[in-house]
Design a protein around this ligand. Structure first.
Ligand code: SAH
Length: 395
């Protein structure tokens, strides 16, 4: 079957020649092929007829996401090949081991599969499509996943109700494409976590904080730890493992607190070090006593989902960081994060700087953190970098 063709306006191939994988709608020479359907795979040509590659078409500002440069049609084994490359990288990273079976196998553009996320939790893969093209490819992806023998996946859960563009009218389902529920417990660095992919946020767990949680564990001995925006309690579990003498977890969602309590109980049954609070973070930070904690984690949701919300987001970061700096005990450590793609590393650092200046304390940066290696950034697609963190020492 031959693919429909899209031709670019003159000069609009430049970013694609540098392997940036998006064709913006304004770059396309009109008219579009007749009957072109959202999610179709198309072939893209420069204005002079030179082949650029193939990609998924979509209605919106990003009109095509390139799957393969220099090819006129992706082969039948396209997904199997890309997924097996992705697995090879995770194996090289040492992430698939008996004491660690939770990791991201596919991070969209970072794995040359734009619009697709695949997280592995033991024998279950949870996939999310962010583009109509990947929605239509879901069964191919699922079948390829179970065919990858060393991946050990038997069940594939598809979860795209919240990730697909709602205007596309795609009937996105949350359902098992292959297999069924087996177990929800996955292991990260020897610690166990109950992953609720059915009801949880994203694929049920924030795998992107794995390395940062491990670092946090190494700072926890003998400290009183406050984990703000705890969600499933990942940082809290690592703090307990690291020898914290007190761990308090805060999240405004009751559901998150239930998940956190369950994960603490799973790893440290009968413990008496951990307490949890279902309250608003801003209120908690405003009301908390001075010197009550020696280690504070601030890992809020993406305050700015879009550029328009940037100013408020930066104000939000400044406010929570200022409270932490004002109140943490002398010699305290703050782990502070932003996962908003719309907030740059510099902007985040400036917000934290302003908070520091407001507190008038002596503060130093100990570590500058980012996302882990199973969330790789395609060097031609810098937009793939989103997680930013600082570890600060507050005198
Ligand atoms: N730190 C977590 C991920 C945080 S996700 C981890 O490592 O897994 C963001 C969390 O912030 C969500 O659980 C959400 O319920 C919570 N949240 C959002 N707004 C909040 C608020 N105003 N106060 C407290 N928690 C909030």
């Amino acid at each position: 079957m031959s693919l429909k063709e899209i031709r670019l306006k003159r000069g609009k191939e430049e970013s694609l020649d540098r392997f940036h994988p998006w064709v913006f709608s304004g770059a396309i020479s009109e008219p579009l092929p007749t009957d072109l359907e959202e999610g179709e795979t198309v072939t893209v040509y420069a204005h002079d007829g030179r082949l650029i590659g193939t990609g998924h078409f979509q209605i919106g500002s990003i009109a095509v996401r390139i799957l393969e440069f220099g090819s006129a049609a992706p082969g039948d084994d396209f997904f199997e090949k890309r997924l097996s490359d992705a697995l090879r990288l995770r194996k090289a990273l040492g992430l698939a081991r008996p004491d660690n079976n939770a990791y991201r196998l596919v991070h969209g553009e970072g794995d040359f599969l734009p619009g697709l996320v695949v997280d592995i939790y033991g024998c279950t893969a949870v996939i999310q499509a962010h583009s109509p093209g990947m929605h239509f490819a879901r069964m191919k992806v699922a079948e390829s996943l179970v065919r990858l023998a060393d991946l050990g996946v038997r069940n594939v859960y598809y979860k795209s109700e919240t990730t697909l563009p709602y205007k596309a009218h795609l009937d996105p389902q949350n359902t098992y494409l292959i297999g069924d529920f087996e177990t929800s417990v996955a292991t990260e660095n020897g610690l166990q976590f109950n992953i609720d992919w059915l009801r949880g946020q994203k694929t049920g767990f924030f795998l992107d904080q794995r390395d940062n949680r491990e670092l946090l564990g190494s700072y926890s001995r003998g400290r009183r730890v406050l984990n703000m925006f705890c969600y499933t309690g990942g940082f809290s579990v690592y703090a307990m493992k690291g020898g914290a003498i007190q761990v308090d977890s805060v999240d405004s969602s009751e559901k998150a607190i239930t998940l956190t309590d369950a994960n603490i109980e799973l790893n440290f049954p009968g413990q008496s070090v951990h307490r949890s609070y279902a309250v608003d973070a801003f209120k908690f930070l405003d009301n908390m006593e001075k010197n009550a904690y020696d280690l504070i984690i601030l890992d809020p949701p993406a305050f700015a989902k879009h550029r328009s919300a940037l100013r408020n987001a930066l104000r939000g970061y400044q406010r929570i960081n200022a409270r932490a700096f004002e109140k943490i005990a002398p010699g305290g450590i703050v782990f502070t994060f932003s996962c908003s793609q719309a907030v740059s590393r510099e902007q985040f650092r400036l917000a934290v700087f302003s908070a520091a200046a407001q507190s008038r304390r002596r503060i130093r940066i100990l570590h500058q953190l980012t996302q882990p290696a199973d969330h790789p950034v395609n060097i031609y697609h810098p937009e793939g970098e989103y997680l930013k963190g600082l570890v600060l020492y507050v005198e």
